[in-house]
Design a protein around this ligand. Structure first.
Ligand code: RTP
Ligand code: MG
Length: 140
């Protein structure tokens, strides 16, 4: 298995409830290293650009609104098989479908306010990392 990098966000619904440390601990306990991290308050333009792939979806407006409603922690996680494993640790998009022990089962409020984001494939991981970080901000 290869060491991979994935892009992760702790969304505003979670930072607002002071869950930054608890969620980061779940990533670290799973064996990931946080090799880049910063706190951002997204502009509408940044949120729309980041989620451009969803722009035709009915929930797009609500998603952008929620991502602009408070601070987000953007992170790069590094570890064995990080992309798929991060999605396992996050759990299903809808918290009512999320397995016990996952971040979304523990913390998500709804399908929209589901506390975390994680890249879904190597290509999106590279694109999403580059969207938020320059090379010098990533310290592996
Ligand atoms: P993510 O991209 O955030 O890691 O989550 P995902 O792959 O599990 O979900 P995706 O289908 O990519 O949707 C991106 C985010 O949009 C919000 N969403 N709201 N109201 C709704 O029906 C709905 N569906 C999706 C969620 O915040 C989801 O994480
Ligand atoms: Mg997704």
């Amino acid at each position: 298995m290869a060491v991979e990098r994935t892009f992760s966000m702790i969304k505003p619904d979670a930072t607002r409830r002071n869950l930054t440390g608890a969620i980061t601990k779940m990533f670290e306990d799973a064996g990931f290293s946080v090799i880049a991290s910063k706190r951002v308050w997204m502009s509408r333009r940044e949120a729309e650009g980041f989620y451009a792939v969803h722009k035709e979806r009915p929930f797009f407006g609500e998603l952008v609104e929620s991502m602009c409603s408070g601070p987000t922690i953007v992170q790069v996680l590094q570890g064995e098989n990080a992309i798929a494993r991060n999605r396992e640790i996050m759990g299903a998009t809808n918290p009512s479908d999320a397995a016990e022990g996952t971040i979304r089962k523990a913390f998500a409020l709804s399908i929209g306010e589901n506390s975390v984001h994680g890249s879904d494939a190597p290509e999106t991981a590279s694109q999403e990392i580059a969207y938020w970080f320059s090379e010098t901000e990533i310290v592996g």
